[in-house]
Ligand binder design. Sequence first.
Ligand SMILES: [Ca+2]
Length: 313
Amino acid sequence: MSKSILINSIKLSAYVGLATFTLLAVGCSKGSSAESNKADSSTVSASGNTAPAAVGATSSSLKSDERLIKGGSFTRLLDDGKTVVTVNSYYLDKKLTTVEEFDEFVKKTNYTTEADKFGNSAVLQDGNWTLKEGANYWYPLGKDKPKATANHPVTQVSWNDVVAYAKWKGKRLPTEVEWEYAATNAGATNFKFPWGNDVEVNGKYVANTFQGTFPSDNTALDGFEFTSPVGYYPANELGLFDIGGNVWEFTANPIPPTPEQAAQDPSLRIPLKGGSFATDFSKDADALIFHHSSTTPETGVFHTGFRLARDDK
Ligand SMILES: [Ca+2]
């Protein structure tokens, strides 16, 4: 990949508090953007299976690191109204993909991530979004910061990187609707967040989110300033960990940019679901189950990772 030298005016949403930062980055052809926008009903992919949802379903082809999410219908609460959607059964990884798992892919396939091709990746540093030189999945905050921990979710991978990884694994990313279905316990719950309507449950944090005054004063009352080990917090009723919090999750289907996004970069956007350690769930509407943030396909971000899915067939 050639790397052209130019000046990009990159606008990255802060993901919390509705604050938006504008970054003037030099020296990278990557038109990165991570804008907020509303859930888009155009991503609905309804089809066929009307079997009732089941909690903790099993299957003979089920792998130990997956859950079978039985298909069924559920209601998406979009800003322009409710939409009933039917989802086919699918398998979803219990946990986010870790640094160690992604590293195995890199080593065995000699893969180079887009962050390493560009030589930088997006980091929120001292309250400002920047393309940090040297940031990659082993050094998500940059080479001058601590190395990533193997059992934490991999970040600083782009959607394109993730699609390559998924292909190698014989899997795919979940669609936005599939992620929402999993986050509602297969339609059985209708909370604001995957675990409930409040950030805390019985006085305890049940997900890795942001506490403090965004962006610079992160009190980390939940124990983690940045990522946390995958599976650290309790699973939801379907047995899925980190559905909500820790890192934003890539989904499968690119969507058109909003007019505001297109004015900066006409690239398609990848919906991101679930919020992260850098999301103040008490203030950021993007963290709601039926909302999303988004990023461009080539952009790695320090708080964005993924889990994989596959068809039930
Ligand atoms: Ca935290």
